[in-house]
Design a protein around this ligand. Sequence first.
Ligand SMILES: NC(=O)c1ccc[n+]([C@@H]2O[C@H](COP(=O)([O-])OP(=O)(O)OC[C@H]3O[C@@H](n4cnc5c(N)ncnc54)[C@H](OP(=O)(O)O)[C@@H]3O)[C@@H](O)[C@H]2O)c1
Length: 321
Amino acid sequence: MLMRAVRYARYGGPEVLSVEPVPIPLPGPTQVRIRVAATSVNAADVNVRSGSVKLLSGRKFPKGTGIDAVGEIEAAGADVSSLSVGQRVWAVTCDGRAFGAALGSAAESAVFEASHVTPAPAGVDDLGAAATVMPATMAVRTLGGATRLLAGERVLVRGATGAVGAAVVQLANALGGHVVALASAANADLAQSLGAAEVFDYATTRPGDIRPVDVVVDTAGPGLLAWRRRLTPGGRMVSVVASPRALAGAAAGSVIGLISGSRVRTLVAQPPQEAIAEAARHVQEKSIRPVIDSVYPFEQAPAAHRAFEGGGLRGRVLLTP
Ligand SMILES: NC(=O)c1ccc[n+]([C@@H]2O[C@H](COP(=O)([O-])OP(=O)(O)OC[C@H]3O[C@@H](n4cnc5c(N)ncnc54)[C@H](OP(=O)(O)O)[C@@H]3O)[C@@H](O)[C@H]2O)c1
């Protein structure tokens, strides 16, 4: 039996992506197969497709693309007991499989480890769920385990109107944090509407322009140490942007990413299932609402990747079958 899947046969620009007929994958004993309703474009997809992480992603082609999904379970492996066929779920994979592009959730069906899957939030449609599965999970991880944000603390979010940043701003606000957002000037209105108390233009703001903060959540990458100096004594900082070392750790399947320096953590690892489930609760309770930049059918995957790479997004870029 065949299905439609977004594939590519060489590294390159978005134009290498096309929809191909491929065999429907069979789940292994600990896996489930999801009938995909929607998936999103993540930096990992673009980095693998472009060849910029080819030391990790290798030379095996064709490759699929897509590391998260929302949909219905259509088959489950013999050892899966916590999930059942017909259940509406969401799933996210950030371990080595994401860099091998073996996952390929931009397809009519995709196989995930059952431990990467939880029930999808009720009362949120498939596009909304696909827009939040990765960002809300990262928000839980950065504000929960990694920095333990407390009510009343000042939290700086770098990249506040990107997909992950938008979820972090909302959850930080819901937890009682005072959110300081760094975003492009064009998206200042969005940062404010998500709950930021202060919004700064990242192009013109220097770290010294911002009063000290208790927590920094970085989704932008460069210049981490300058922002780290804005931490109060006892302040915590986490980045979700992968350094080469952290990427190598994730590809090797390490449980937690790198701790670089005493107070900057890089989170690049498979989120525990509890974090994915907690993300679903926050989305269901509407402490994190979907922020959708655009939606493309699989056939327009090149345009979706181009939009992601172009930047200036207001939330998530989605793909649908
Ligand atoms: N560790 C993990 O498992 C994991 C999971 C998901 C994502 N990530 C990482 O998280 C990062 C963000 O992902 P995303 O999907 O949210 O991407 P995104 O939607 O492109 O968001 C990135 C945001 O950063 C902003 N930005 C760019 N340069 C900046 C700067 N110098 N200062 C402040 N903000 C700046 C961008 O603004 P403009 O585009 O408006 O310029 C954009 O809003 C990526 O590096 C991705 O690899 C990691």
